[in-house]
Design a protein around this ligand. Structure first.
Ligand code: ATP
Ligand code: MG
Length: 139
């Protein structure tokens, strides 16, 4: 079993897609071990996406991520990181496979509804960024 950090981004929350995203990940067999709604400051968004510091989209994506509330979740499942990224689809919704969340709902390369960790290392950093161990349910 593997854990990953998932976010329903401000566009997804504002457009009423919380239920739809959760329905899809539960159907896929991913279990929610922790969940909360937060509104990041610009500084918190920059810390979260610090791997992208210096890239042309860094300022814009951190403005976007701090523009409204997000739902952050710890998910667990078999091959959890890849399983959830498969459900999300490619970063650019125009390249996302049919039936993925981004294919079906994203409107922009930046406003792409969901985030998911991309490696065990990033999952460990991102889970600890938002949750302490006491907030994460376990069997
Ligand atoms: P995420 O990390 O949010 O799950 P990802 O791993 O598919 O997405 P990254 O390359 O990590 O993609 O980019 C992080 C986020 O930055 C993207 O989800 C998107 O919101 C934004 N982004 C990435 N590339 C671009 C770009 N070329 N132009 C604008 N925004 C971008
Ligand atoms: Mg990423």
């Amino acid at each position: 079993m593997e854990r990953t950090l998932a976010i329903i981004k401000p566009d997804g929350v504002a457009r009423g897609l919380i239920g739809e995203v959760i329905r899809r990940l539960e159907k896929e067999g991913l279990n929610i071990l922790a969940i909360k709604m937060i509104w990041m400051t610009k500084k918190q968004a920059k810390g979260f996406y610090k791997v992208h510091a210096g890239k042309p989209f860094y300022e814009s994506v951190t403005d976007f991520m701090s523009s409204g509330p997000c739902v952050v979740m710890v998910l667990e499942g078999e091959d959890g990181i890849n399983a959830y990224r498969k459900l999300m689809g490619a970063t650019n919704y125009k390249e996302a496979a049919k039936g993925t969340i981004r294919h079906d709902y994203a409107t922009d390369i930046e406003k792409n509804v969901v985030h998911g960790s991309d490696s065990p290392q990033s999952a460990a950093f991102e889970i600890a960024y938002f949750f302490n161990e006491l907030e994460i349910f376990r069997e």
